[in-house]
Design a protein around this ligand. Sequence first.
Ligand SMILES: [Zn+2]
Ligand SMILES: [Zn+2]
Length: 255
Amino acid sequence: MKIVQIPLLRDNYAYLLVCEKTKRAAILDPSEADPVLNRIDQEQVSLEAILNTHHHRDHTGGNEGILARHKSEVYGHTSDSERIFGFTRGVDEGDEIQLGELKGKVIFVPGHTSGHVAYLFENNLFCGDTLFTAGCGRLFEGTPEQMQASLKKLMALPDNTKVYCGHEYTESNLRFAMSVEPKNPKLVSRFERVQGLRSRGAPTVPGTLEEEKQTNPFLRWDSKEIHVSLKSADPDTRLDPVSVFAAVRKMKDAF
Ligand SMILES: [Zn+2]
Ligand SMILES: [Zn+2]
């Protein structure tokens, strides 16, 4: 399987997924149409599907322009049929998607929005605005309970899973992570590496799930150091996983 990463707008990523045997392709979260249409032409693939992780405009804004040129299915969570342009295929937890000879799996991950899904092809996870490299999406339509459960579901995937998220936010996410867990050596070295990459304008996405478990403060509800940081900000913070997640999210929102 070939994955073409396409930077769009200010900091969005769309991904062109290609079955190399059949040259059939899907585009994941096209923010805008023209750069995507150019890549489809360059790669000489036939577009079968638009895969949307959620309804936000910066993930679906290209649907209309792409559909004007390519007759393709438009996937999204069943509950988003009215909110995603061109919607034809509602999917939900556990559904399979066939792309040429590739098979993808749908994972329902509400929290950022109520109808957010992730798509897993082999060990490549396309998780939109749910899990970011070193961060997670804001809770626009969901509760901390929902988002923590969604992240926990993603954490159950194998460590070598590659994390293809919707935005290039790693550096600013790590700056926040360093404020709550500055003594985590894996975090310190990731921050240095990411700063180096960004100073050359290089992408930091994809990451791996293993690295996320080691350094992403939104997955580290067991970290003693994070517990201490939360307690010093608010001594009444409870230390069960959902409360830790909620407190870290609240701190990041104000960071
Ligand atoms: Zn979003
Ligand atoms: Zn977004």
